[in-house]
Ligand binder design. Structure first.
Ligand SMILES: Nc1nc2c(c(=O)[nH]1)N[C@H]1C(S)=C(S)[C@@H](COP(=O)(O)OP(=O)(O)OC[C@H]3O[C@@H](n4cnc5c(=O)[nH]c(N)nc54)[C@H](O)[C@@H]3O)O[C@H]1N2
Ligand SMILES: Nc1nc2c(c(=O)[nH]1)N[C@H]1C(S)=C(S)[C@@H](COP(=O)(O)OP(=O)(O)OC[C@H]3O[C@@H](n4cnc5c(=O)[nH]c(N)nc54)[C@H](O)[C@@H]3O)O[C@H]1N2
Ligand SMILES: [Mo]
Length: 635
């Protein structure tokens, strides 16, 4: 028997899936207008994860340094007793939540810990830098319907590697190219973008703001400015001043792109026809990532491509924009006497070390936090003293540091409803198989724990939460259960007639163009830790993490020629060193090192061990890709 269900992993494609629980088959739903009958390897192979031999399927508690199986009653009573004590000082309790699982019900842990007034995290590891940048420009986060890209004459793709992170966007681009649309990609190279691009420009990572500014300069020099567009903006003179303050050659050399390529890019934007702009998540993981996003949007705006079909600037939308809150349905909790304490997520190790009063209790769910934030060793250290509960199904770097591990039911093993950060469909993740072993849905775990507290909280039935969450976009749970998905209503073209989300309806240009710091002669290379096509972040089977982790460089990289292949190679940063296997790849910027992200510390594969916590310029994001490094031989 097949079930219409959906993927709940943190990915914009958010596929609707047809799952046969008996045959263990997973296929893209052919009736879903965005999924169109196919799905990626990480979703299609999910039974490998559900049925994995090393999956944790019963609660485990650490005794004398070893994990032993315990009953749910014992695990939850122990945790409740610890929480009851810590609740006297709720700021000593820390809740850490990732996006390992998404949806309306997945908010349960956030609600429980908010209602008991625990500490939480601030800052962001994913897309907030770009979101804040777009909000500053447009006033709200929005973009054209993803299918509208079919109406573009040309696409300028600023770095997104859709061969890995969005195969449905890739399919749309391929379809449009068959009809004659052309694609130009700007990226540091060494990625999958040549597969779908007519032209590739290689850029020094972290410097797109200068390239966009250089093209804007050519617009100024040509006097090629649309007066109607400028009247829809609030601060054109400020941007003009910034661009006038630099020569074209300064801007070109800052991004290491030739004047000829800048002129070509100008032609791509300025020729007749409609131009859609895509902005990667990669380019905002830099110190000035927010500025880069803002300068690219400014270029899309000045070229007259915002607010029209076939144009637009695609960063992302909020996956929660169609879903409402249900926390008011939960009874009990402590009236907050002060704002919640916040620890900066990308520097969690240092934050825990200096916390006063110290954190005594940590609850982590849906986040391999020890592995995925900078300075992983410091985070692991910070997890030693507090009592740590980790809700996860694998013995990853975070679970290893826990005192109690609670095994969650994964997607297809429980019902959920979720939206996408790319398209406008809301999908039902129906239960297609029974949870393995003693695994339980996160919602049920939280509900059960809440009821065991000495001052308990009462959660409503999950069905009530789903219905409440669906009210915001006026969607029906019955329809979702019958159809598997519903489309929420949003304008096909964002910002039509150049009406923006700011109170005055006008667009805002960036007001700063910060210089890129000089290259450090000790660490002259830049480390990009990009996603893998086959897996979601750190959700990698142990068998695929054997041996020495691999990195890629260009043959033109000065470090490549200097390496002695007879000796071990090490990737070295200010924070430390890791042994690596060095391969070469074509068309990569000569000062870049690529490593695929998510490998585990316990196998010596975790890049975050040698990545230092750094903030981006907007949204308190993490500047993972501004990490500088060098390669060297060691005996
Ligand atoms: N298979 C798979 N899919 C996923 C995920 C996964 O782990 N695996 N993760 C999901 C999640 S949470 C996210 S956030 C997304 C995004 O995952 P990301 O890999 O961050 O997404 P991209 O937007 O492709 O950004 C990476 C690209 O940015 C380019 N790049 C890096 N720095 C720069 C720069 O300074 N300028 C320019 N122009 N380009 C640059 C790199 O060459 C690379 O091609 O993927 C989602 N989809
Ligand atoms: N070096 C470097 N590090 C990065 C980045 C980078 O660019 N460079 N990018 C970052 C980005 S974009 C992101 S989004 C983050 C992602 O960081 P994480 O959110 O930690 O991502 P995952 O590694 O996918 O871990 C999610 C965990 O959730 C668990 N899980 C899956 N389903 C369920 C469920 O139903 N219930 C529960 N309780 N758990 C479940 C999985 O087993 C997995 O261990 O990492 C960031 N880390
Ligand atoms: Mo992400």
């Amino acid at each position: 028997m097949t079930t219409i269900t959906a993927c709940t992993m943190d990915c914009g494609d958010t596929c609707s899936l047809v799952v046969d629980g008996a045959k263990k088959s997973i296929k893209g739903n052919p009736r879903h207008p965005f999924t169109k009958g196919f799905c990626c390897k990480k979703g299609g192979g999910y039974f490998d994860r559900i049925d994995a031999e090393d999956r944790i399927v019963e609660p485990l508690m650490k005794r004398d340094g070893k994990f032993v199986p315990v009953s749910w009653d014992e695990a939850l009573d122990t945790i409740a007793a610890r929480l009851d004590v810590a609740r006297a000082k709720p700021e000593t309790i820390l809740h850490v939540r990732g996006h390992g699982y998404r949806g309306i019900l997945s908010k349960a842990s956030n609600i429980l810990f908010k209602k008991i007034g625990s500490a939480t995290t601030r800052g962001a590891v994913c897309d907030d830098t770009g979101i804040v940048a777009c909000e500053r420009d447009f006033g709200v986060l929005s973009h054209n319907d993803p299918e509208d890209i079919l109406n573009a004459s040309r696409v300028i793709n600023w770095g997104r590697d859709i061969t890995r992170c969005s195969i449905h966007q890739l399919a749309l681009i391929k379809k449009a190219r068959k009809k004659g649309m052309e694609v130009l990609t700007i990226s540091p190279g060494g990625d999958g973008t040549p597969d779908f691009s007519d032209v590739n420009i290689i850029i020094r990572p972290g410097t797109d703001r200068f390239l966009a500014a250089a093209v804007l300069k050519l617009y100024l020099e040509a006097g090629d400015l649309n007066p109607w567009v400028l009247t829809r903006t609030a601060n054109w003179p400020a941007l003009r001043g910034l661009i006038d303050g630099h020569t074209l050659s300064e801007l070109c050399s800052a991004c290491e792109v030739s004047t000829a390529d800048v002129e070509m890019l100008y032609d791509w934007y300025a020729d007749t026809g409609r131009v859609a702009t895509i902005i990667s998540w990669g380019l905002q993981r830099h110190t000035f990532g927010g500025q880069s996003v803002r300068f690219i949007n400014a270029l899309a705006m000045v070229s007259g491509n915002i607010g029209i079909s076939g144009g637009g600037s695609y960063y992302n939308v909020s996956s929660g924009r169609n879903l409402g809150k249900w926390e008011h349905l939960v009874k009990g909790g402590d009236a907050p006497s002060k704002p919640r304490r916040e620890l900066l997520i990308q520097d969690l190790g240092a934050e825990l070390r200096k916390a006063d009063p110290p954190i005594d209790f940590i609850w982590v769910d849906g986040h391999n936090i020890v592995n995925q934030v900078p300075d992983s060793l410091a985070v692991a250290d910070g997890f030693r003293r507090p009592f740590v509960v980790c809700v996860d199904g694998f013995m990853n770097d975070t679970a290893l540091m826990a005192d109690v591990i609670l095994p969650p039911a994964f997607m297809f093993e429980r019902e959920e409803v979720l939206g996408s950060f790319l398209h406008n469909y809301v999908n039902l993740c129906a239960k297609a198989v029974e949870p393995r072993g003693q695994c339980r849905a996160d919602f049920d775990i939280i509900n059960d724990l809440a009821s065991r507290l000495s001052s308990p909280l009462e959660f409503p039935p999950p069905e009530d939460c789903l219905k409440e969450g669906l009210k915001k976009a006026d969607l029906s749970l019955d329809e979702l259960r019958t159809n598997g998905f519903v489309k929420a209503d949003h304008p096909y073209v964002a910002f039509e007639n150049m009406e923006f989300g700011h109170p005055d309806g006008l667009y805002r240009f960036p007001e700063e163009l910060s210089p890129e710091p000089e290259r450090d002669p000790d660490y002259p290379l830049q480390l990009l830790t990009l996603v893998r096509g086959k897996y979601e972040h750190s959700q990698i089977p142990e068998a695929d993490q054997r041996g020495i982790p691999q990195i890629w460089v260009s043959k033109q990289n000065p470090a490549w020629a200097a390496l002695n292949p007879a000796q071990d190679a090490y990737l070295v940063t200010e924070a430390g060193a890791m042994q690596v296997k060095v391969e070469t790849t074509k068309d990569l910027h000569p000062r870049v090192v690529i490593m695929r992200r998510g490998g585990w510390m316990k196998f010596g594969h975790c890049a975050n061990v040698i990545i230092t916590p750094m903030n981006t310029d907007m949204g308190d994001g993490t500047a993972y890709y501004s990490q500088t490094c060098r390669l060297e031989n060691r005996e």
